[in-house]
Design a protein around this ligand. Structure first.
Ligand code: TEU
Length: 550
């Protein structure tokens, strides 16, 4: 295996702050930047190195900040530029870094660029977005968008359609236009000059659109929106004109990307991005499937190791809470949350923690569509009910994957609204906050929070967790519950044994693990050596152990 180049961000643990649901200091029911500042010590005490802040730019806020109307102003709900400056300074003061979420595939339809573009066919900015004539009295092609039945919206005033990969209110920028690219790069450089430490680049695989916009055979399979020719030229140019020269980290959100394509984004010799989020798990694996998950990990390791970096995550603000979706949030919630954490932090790649994951927050089932805020969910519901589907059935079917599952307010304590706000929260608090909250976890030596602290500390003290080669034990490769692998670096070898199942399971030690002395570094159950059988590990439901083999 090629030796891995050492860089600070590969050793980092990233914490994602969905600020509107984090901590509200002014009582308007929406979290704010001041709230993030007040909770920075909480984040630092976990051991986190980098904070990823969801979009805070000026926005009509139809898609929770992913519809930007001014890239260089702060949304009043979040605060002011002064608060943002303080957030950056306070983050740095605590030895952490801040990366900004940036959406450059599209803007809001209220962005001055789009207002000008739509004002007339002769507008100098017409070509900043993607406009096409009607075809046979309808849209230019049969494509769907992520959030709407068609990717095209008719503009009656100018008699053309414009293109949107997401909601109607999120028109796509025309990246083939060099003026657009220069405007975006200039804006990015100004943020870098303010001292930020990098970007999370939203929907980055969508920048290039195919020539000719041909009809799709299966319009519902929207991968035609992504990975089109020209994309990597844009990313290389973006790197040359913005990132180069700054000591920062960039992570691209890359939908429909397999390892072969993934390497093009993050290959260390390519000068594009540093790491990526692929969605072979979160978008494509609806529920836990151990064999599939193992295959995904294997392929990505083989594709990237020593050549480029991956991220490890099972949830974010778009995906149901991991312990609910991929673990067991019932009888084994605590064990299961710790197992998933152990797995994410010991697999090769940079671990991401989504706020609340460190206390094992769970998904929700709101009773009425009115309680849901997610534009993707609301649009889909309207579309399906509009087609005559039963409303109750439709709600039930959409609930498990609604993005609001992960957007309920952070559960700080057992006071009203979980201590998130003194007002009325913008989205309902999960009623389990009375038992499940940070205040409880902080003082409990066996809590999920305490476990995350230990896990992160372990990473800080042992570079085998970052740079160690990964090897799966072949004897368990086809086991549906056990996941067994080693990480090794310069003679140091760690064994990770996970039982992702509701029943106990036996694991026969093999090879050098049988003869070498084992030292338990971390586990989510107490382990007494007198209970141990020679040559066998008996793992309890959702048990996770990390051993050093000496
Ligand atoms: O998401 C883009 C995107 O491609 C996701 O919708 C995706 O693949 C996904 O996980 C679907 O389930 C980003 C943001 O993360 C999301 O919040 C925004 O709504 C979207 O872009 C539009 O900007």
């Amino acid at each position: 295996m090629a030796a891995k180049k050492r860089v600070w961000w590969k050793e980092a643990v990233v914490y994602q702050v969905y600020w509107r649901s984090f901590f509200d200091t002014d009582g308007d029911g929406i979290g704010d930047l001041e709230g993030v500042i007040q909770k920075l010590d909480y984040i630092r005490d976990l051991g986190v190195d980098v904070i990823w802040l969801n979009p805070v730019y000026e926005s009509p806020d139809l898609d929770n900040g992913y519809d930007i109307s001014d890239y260089e102003a702060i949304m009043p709900k979040a605060g002011t530029m002064e608060t943002w400056d303080r957030l950056l300074a306070e983050t740095h003061k605590r030895g952490m870094k801040l990366i900004m979420d940036l959406v450059v595939n599209h803007t809001s339809d209220r962005h001055p660029w789009f207002i000008e573009s739509r004002s007339s066919k002769d507008s100098p900015k017409r070509n900043w977005y993607i406009w096409k004539d009607a075809k046979e009295g309808g849209p230019p092609n049969n494509w769907r968008s992520y959030f709407a039945p068609s990717a095209w919206q008719w503009d009656a005033a100018t008699g053309q359609y414009y293109f949107h990969s997401f909601a109607v209110e999120q028109p796509d920028l025309n990246w083939r236009n060099p003026d657009v690219r220069q405007a975006v790069y200039g804006m990015m450089r100004r943020w870098l000059d303010r001292g930020i430490d990098g970007f999370r680049l939203d929907a980055i695989a969508l920048l290039a659109k195919p020539e000719g916009y041909p009809d799709a055979e299966r319009p519902e399979d929207i991968r035609y929106l992504t990975n089109n020719p020209g994309l990597h030229d844009f990313l290389r140019e973006m790197n040359e004109q913005t990132f180069a020269g700054y000591d920062i980290v960039t992570v691209g959100e890359a939908a429909f990307v397999a390892p072969e394509e993934g390497l093009k984004f993050v290959g260390e010799d390519r000068g594009e991005l540093d790491m990526l989020f692929h969605f072979e798990v979160c978008d494509e694996m609806p529920e836990w499937d151990m064999l599939r998950f193992k295959r995904i990990q294997r392929r990505w390791y083989e594709g990237l190791w020593g050549k480029g970096s991956n991220s490890q995550f099972l949830n974010n603000h778009d995906h149901t809470r991991q312990v609910t979706r991929y673990g067991n949030d019932g009888a084994y919630r605590v064990e299961s949350a710790k197992l998933l954490a152990t797995m994410l932090h010991t697999l090769p790649g940079i671990p991401y923690i989504y706020q609340g994951e460190e206390i094992g927050m769970t998904g929700v089932r709101f009773e009425s569509i009115e309680d849901y805020d997610d534009i993707a969910m609301r649009n889909r519901y309207a579309e399906e009910v509009g087609k005559g589907n039963d409303p109750v059935e439709t709600l039930k079917r959409l609930q498990p994957l609604s993005r609001d599952n992960s957007r309920t307010p952070m559960q700080w304590d057992d006071s009203p609204n979980a201590g998130f706000t003194s007002g009325t929260p913008w989205i309902k608090v999960n009623p389990n906050y009375r038992e499940l909250n940070a205040a409880r976890d902080l003082v409990d030596p066996n809590s999920i929070y305490t476990y995350y602290r230990k896990l992160i500390k372990l990473r800080k003290e042992n570079d085998v967790m970052v740079y160690g080669d990964f090897e799966e034990w072949p004897a368990y490769a086809d086991d549906e519950h056990l996941y067994v692998y080693t990480r090794s670096l310069d003679g140091v070898c760690w064994l990770i044994a996970l039982n992702h199942g509701d029943e106990p399971a036996k694991l026969a030690l093999q090879g050098s693990a049988e003869i070498r002395k084992r030292r338990l570094l971390l586990g989510n159950y107490p382990v007494r050596s007198e209970d141990e059988e020679a040559g066998v590990l008996t793992l309890r439901p959702h048990e996770a152990r990390i051993y050093a083999l000496e």
